[in-house]
Design a protein around this ligand. Structure first.
Ligand code: PMP
Length: 445
């Protein structure tokens, strides 16, 4: 197919036509097979043809697709919400779920719920958002403004709402040589307190963070204790904490929500990718009891809605995905295969002259490429090192998620891996071997 009426393919005629999924492989129209080591952007956590998910979707197609949420609810949407609330991080209370169609929409919904909470609570002066950089929260204007992704923000800068950014913990570049992890965690978390005080505590509405940074920095967990301190600061100043678990949630890091591992809960939590695993486009925001109580006691209405929310096929598909993850104990496999992936990456790249950092958690890992390992100098963006590694791996039949240009002033070439929770030991080995070859196709080891 040389010409395409699809805008993005018309601009990139190299895209193969994908025709089928086979376990953790994708198959294109020429019959070429690609082992999916990134699930697109950490989406496809159950491969591409899970029979139970397919069956659930087909069964729902035969019953009901859509009925407007203004007039009806439906059983799969109810059951999925109950499932999610029951597994929410401790401290959420009896939370409530709102469904959306994408991660960006979920972020917009979370921001609007935060604003509604402040207004209904009688604190209309709370309007400032504090987020982190680097970070990525989506591509709609509000979510894009909230994100600290230098490259994606730049072209739209005058259109974006004003959001204040503090540094996200990025030990490779921000932790001082003599600084222990605990001190680093507190120093980075206290940036939030400084920013709240700078803006005026009574004017701050919400703090937004990815519990494990995904698309911008590449699978960067926070040092232990960071989020505990963040929670304390938010509570002290009456600021809502919005956890963007769009990428890190639904088991990707080894627990249902990445924040569980930090021993705290957010007030609003977004989720998307591993929710539907790509079988259906679906996202959600979960509001903790504290938010629900204020809204119920206030107007008793949600000031946000979209036509396709609570879509019966989407929620039936996502419910099946969540049940498969639980019933097949796949989080155990995330942890086991994650350990294998980490060990393999460290063995292959710990001494590599152009791999500066290896970071991640669960089945969510990244290598950061640098021109000079000693000085940590990045590559020239024009060299397109990460995209070239991604392209070399694709030629060799493995899909990875390369990125660059995310960080202010630093190129940030990195390659992210987010294999399926159903990955076998042999598949992880194939990913590792291919990545080693792809890296040496592009830079000298
Ligand atoms: N938040 C995070 C943490 C993400 O990783 C993404 C997508 N990469 C989004 C929000 C936006 O999701 P979507 O692309 O589905 O709009």
């Amino acid at each position: 197919m040389s010409q395409s009426s699809i805008f993005h393919r018309d601009l990139n005629s190299d895209l193969p036509v994908v025709v089928a999924g086979d376990g953790n492989f994708l198959i294109d129209a020429t019959g070429k097979r690609y082992l999916d080591a990134c699930g697109g952007a950490a989406v496809s956590c159950l491969g591409h043809d899970h029979p139970k998910v397919r069956e659930a979707i087909k069964a729902q197609v035969d019953k009901l697709a859509f009925a407007h949420t203004g007039s009806f609810t439906n059983q799969p949407a109810e059951d999925l919400a109950a499932h999610l609330v029951a597994r929410a991080p401790k401290g959420t209370g009896a939370g409530r779920v709102m469904y959306l169609g994408s991660g960006s929409e979920a972020m917009e919904a979370a921001l609007k719920l935060a604003r509604q909470y402040c207004l209904e609570k009688g604190e209309p002066e709370r309007r400032h958002i504090i987020a982190r950089k680097p970070s990525y929260h989506g591509n709609t204007l509000g979510a894009l403004a909230t994100g600290g992704h230098a490259g994606r923000r730049a072209p739209f800068a005058p259109l974006l709402i004003e959001v204040n950014h503090i540094d996200a913990p990025y030990p490779y570049r921000l932790q001082h040589d003599s600084e222990g992890d605990a001190d680093f965690a507190v120093r980075m978390a206290n940036l939030l307190e400084e920013e709240i005080q700078r803006l005026g505590a009574e004017t701050v509405m919400a703090f937004v963070a990815e519990p494990v940074v995904g698309a911008s920095l590449g699978t960067q967990p926070a040092p232990a204790g960071y989020f505990k301190r963040i929670r304390e600061i938010c509570d002290q100043y009456g600021v809502l904490f919005i956890a963007d678990e769009v990428m890190s949630g639904m088991g990707r890091t080894g627990t249902s929500f990445a924040l569980e591992q930090e021993g705290i809960a957010a007030d609003l939590t977004t989720m998307a990718k591993g929710l539907g695993a790509g079988y259906q486009p679906i996202a959600a925001v979960m509001a903790a009891q504290k938010v629900v109580d204020v809204i119920k006691a206030g107007s008793g209405k949600l000031w946000n809605g979209h036509t396709y929310m609570s879509h019966a096929i989407a929620t039936a598909g996502a419910l099946a995905v969540q049940q498969v993850i639980e019933n097949e104990s796949l989080l155990d496999n995330v942890i086991a295969r994650g350990k294998q992936l980490e060990a393999g990456l460290r063995k292959a790249f710990a001494q590599h002259p152009h791999v500066g950092d290896i970071r991640g958690r669960g089945l969510f890992w990244t290598i950061e490429m640098v021109a000079d390992r000693a000085t940590k100098a990045p590559f020239d963006p024009a060299d397109e090192i990460a995209p070239k590694i991604g392209a070399a791996a694709k030629v060799r039949g493995v899909m990875t998620y390369p990125s660059q240009g995310c960080i202010d002033g630093i190129n940030g070439d990195h390659v992210l891996l987010a294999p399926s929770y159903t990955s076998s030991e042999a598949e992880i080995e194939q990913i590792l071997e291919t990545l080693v070859h792809a890296v040496s196709d592009v830079v000298r080891g």
